[in-house]
Design a binder for this molecule. Structure first.
Ligand code: PLP
Length: 394
């Protein structure tokens, strides 16, 4: 019966484990360990003959609720909650690879994700080829006999380009590689990579899942076999577990996520249209607009637009800085997915460590801004931009 629930219902009720007190709100089980009635029951638990928790690094009740709710939402068989999004990404990639293996990754990646595949993995003898993921041919050309993982995010940060997930999954399946998708920008409500053929999905729960700027978290989702064979032991013994307190905050975040994303997406779409018509703006990239260069792929694989908008100002860096400084409701911050509208200048913040050439390749110009729309009244956001843009000489 629960399988037929729609996403908003799953987000409120999915995975809830009630204690003997019948509490309405999910309880926090802030415990490191668990006690056993008898020595025999401890032995049976360790042998795996009985179900139950052993140690919070392996799993615990509040984390279990969070993992089950995420599984229901994503349509995944199993999941592990991690301390941050980067712990999820690192675990998902490293747990399944060994020296001599090869990764193909789209180069338009969140900065730390790019570091994991470009810098960390090679230290352990895992090679990585970074490609322009927009073009399917590039994925095919990069395949080697040792290719084990395809890694990508879609839409990408910060330029909101998309990768053809169905096409990439088809190529991966031909060579037995696993597709790992960082689905943060799409959110679990607007894109279901597992249904499109991907094998593993990762989130930074820090973003829309918390959505209120409080704590870090992440999650890795896949089928039971992949988790059992790859992540299970890695997760237990390398220790990226999420704090039960954070699992509780994130569970409560999931409860309101559908409402927040609906309002954020409405605001983002209105702002994208407003900005696209403004004379100081050279270009707007928004996955919900018909003029997105890959609108056909978006229609095939996404069920909603985005809470994010990329905009390029005609006046370059000075215009981008003037706009940021003149905004009042919209705050300057490198975070995203928050209830508060946030704007960032990628070239001088999130992507400042890339070389000039790498930034050019990714389309991160001096005039580019990334806006994460919040849940404020859309009229106030439009007025804020309208007023702030008049401060920008075009
Ligand atoms: C934020 C983010 C991450 C990293 O998540 P943390 O929770 O900050 O560790 C990874 N990928 C994407 C796309 C992100 O936006």
């Amino acid at each position: 019966m629960t399988k037929n629930w729609r996403p908003a219902t799953k987000l409120v009720h999915g995975g809830t484990l009630r204690s003997q007190f019948g509490e309405t709100s999910e309880a926090i089980f802030l415990t490191q360990g668990f006690v056993y009635e008898t020595a025999e029951s401890a032995e049976a638990r360790f042998k795996g003959e009985t179900d139950g928790f052993i140690y919070a690094r392996y799993g615990s009740p509040t984390n279990d609720m969070f993992e089950k709710r995420m599984c229901m939402l994503e349509g995944a068989e199993d999941a592990r909650a991690t301390a941050s999004g980067m712990a999820a990404v690192t675990a998902a990639i490293m747990c399944q690879l060994k020296a001599g293996d090869h990764i193909v990754a789209a180069r338009a990646l969140f900065g730390s994700c790019r570091w994991v595949v470009e810098t960390l993995a090679p230290k352990y003898g895992i090679e990585c080829t970074l490609i322009d993921g927009k073009n399917l041919e590039n994925w095919e050309k990069a395949i080697r006999p040792s290719t084990k993982v395809f890694f990508l995010e879609s839409p990408t940060n910060p330029t909101l380009e998309v990768v053809d997930l169905i096409g990439v999954a088809r190529l991966a399946n031909q060579v037995g590689a696993k597709v790992v998708v960082d689905n943060v920008f799409a959110t679990p409500l607007f894109q279901k990579p597992l249904e499109l053929g991907a094998h593993v999905v990762v989130y930074s729960a820090t973003k829309h899942i918390d959505g209120q700027g409080r704590c870090l978290g992440g999650v890795v989702l896949s089928d039971k076999q992949w988790i059992d064979e790859n992540l299970h032991d890695y997760f237990r013994h390398s220790g990226p577990a999420m704090s039960p307190f954070n699992a509780w905050v994130l569970l409560k975040g999931l409860e309101t996520m559908a409402l927040r994303i609906k309002q954020q997406t409405e605001n983002a779409a209105r702002l994208a249209d407003f900005l696209a018509d403004h004379k100081a703006v050279a270009k707007v990239i928004y996955p919900g607009r018909k003029d997105h260069p890959q609108a056909d792929i978006i229609a095939r694989q996404m069920t909603g637009g985005s809470t994010l908008v990329a905009l390029e100002l005609k006046g370059g860096k000075s215009a981008a800085f003037a706009l940021q400084n003149a905004l009042e409701v919209v705050k300057i911050s490198n975070n995203l997915g928050d209830a508060k509208s946030l704007i960032t200048h990628p070239a001088t913040t999130t992507h400042k460590n890339l070389s000039d050439e790498a930034r050019d390749e990714l389309g991160i110009s001096a005039g580019l801004l990334r806006l994460s729309a919040g849940i404020e009244d859309g009229d106030d956001l439009i007025e804020d931009f309208d007023r702030a843009l008049s401060a920008v000489a075009s």
